[in-house]
Design a protein around this ligand. Structure first.
Ligand SMILES: [Mg+2]
Length: 149
């Protein structure tokens, strides 16, 4: 059984500053993504990824558009995050993030895989749970200690 752990970026691996939080409310996505390079890593999640890396394939799945790939890979490198795949939203794809991430999840979801998702957004969590994945929920920069069933 291949183990795959899917990590989100914004709000999961990195913080979302107050300034960027406001951009979510006004749906200024370009500026939101642009400012992502200044965010801090969420240390408990970085450690979790590091520990999973030993036994699992690490897939980073983000709603950030592909044109922010260079910026994103630099940020991941600068924060010492090692991964196998960085799956991003296609440019000019404006579907909700749970739809973008569902397509990525379906690609890896086979009878031979066991999948764990680490995610902060409830809609995306619900999508992963509907597929029977184990979900580790991140809330306010912390791993939320709650059991899903
Ligand atoms: Mg997120």
């Amino acid at each position: 059984m291949e183990k795959i752990v899917i990590f989100d970026i914004d709000g999961t691996l990195c913080t979302i500053s107050e300034e960027r939080q406001k951009l979510i409310e006004t749906k200024d996505w370009d500026q939101f993504h642009r400012l992502g390079e200044y965010e801090k890593v969420i240390e408990p999640v970085r450690l979790l990824l590091y520990l999973f890396k030993e036994e699992a394939t690490i897939v980073i799945s983000t709603g950030r558009p592909d044109r922010y790939r260079m910026m994103t890979t630099s940020w991941l490198r600068d924060n010492g995050i090692q991964y196998n795949v960085l799956a991003m939203r296609p440019n000019h794809d404006f579907r909700p993030s749970y739809e973008v991430k569902e397509r990525i999840a379906d690609y890896y979801n086979t009878v031979d895989t066991e999948i764990i998702a680490v995610e902060d957004r409830q809609q995306d969590i619900d999508m992963y749970l509907s597929k029977g994945f184990t979900v580790i929920k991140i809330k306010g920069g912390q791993i939320e200690s709650k059991c899903f069933s």
